[in-house]
Design a protein around this ligand. Structure first.
Ligand SMILES: [Ca+2]
Ligand SMILES: [Ca+2]
Length: 138
């Protein structure tokens, strides 16, 4: 029962920001050309319509950008990505088109020229429009 309550809370947290606007800060997401250093644990995950899966990325060094590469490889399904800084502020949310291509992948760099906030960044993958079960890596 407790697990269900937590899962529901996470769902609410994810959905509640759906209507929020993108951040007013200097942080921006830019299309990334890199295929290399993904940074986040890159394993096979699955998601269904309306699901929220959370992933965490620790930033422990002084950097001005890091890459997020969410890849589900099926442009007929649509996943959505929410990015929160270590203070749990929503930095932005992104659709497949965020990197300029509808290709079943969201490959972006989070950029802050004054320095990426160190700590644990939280990334929520949301099943925005998914038929059946979709596999993805991040
Ligand atoms: Ca894309
Ligand atoms: Ca699919």
């Amino acid at each position: 029962m407790k697990r269900i309550a937590i899962a529901f809370l996470v769902f609410l947290l994810c959905v509640s920001v759906a209507s929020a606007s993108s951040s007013e800060t200097a942080i921006e997401a830019v299309s990334s050309g890199s295929n290399g250093d993904i940074g986040i644990l890159s394993l096979g995950y699955t998601i269904t319509q309306g699901d929220s899966n959370w992933h965490y990325k620790p930033i422990t060094t002084s950097v001005t950008r890091f890459n997020i590469d969410l890849n589900w490889g099926d442009k007929t399904d649509s996943l959505k990505l929410y990015v929160y800084d270590p203070s749990n502020n929503l930095v932005g949310y992104y659709y497949d088109s965020a990197d300029g291509k509808i290709n079943g992948r969201i490959n972006i760099d989070i950029v802050d020229y004054s320095g990426i906030e160190q700590g644990t960044w939280s990334i929520c993958v949301y099943g925005y429009s998914v038929s059946g079960t979709e596999d993805y890596s991040i």
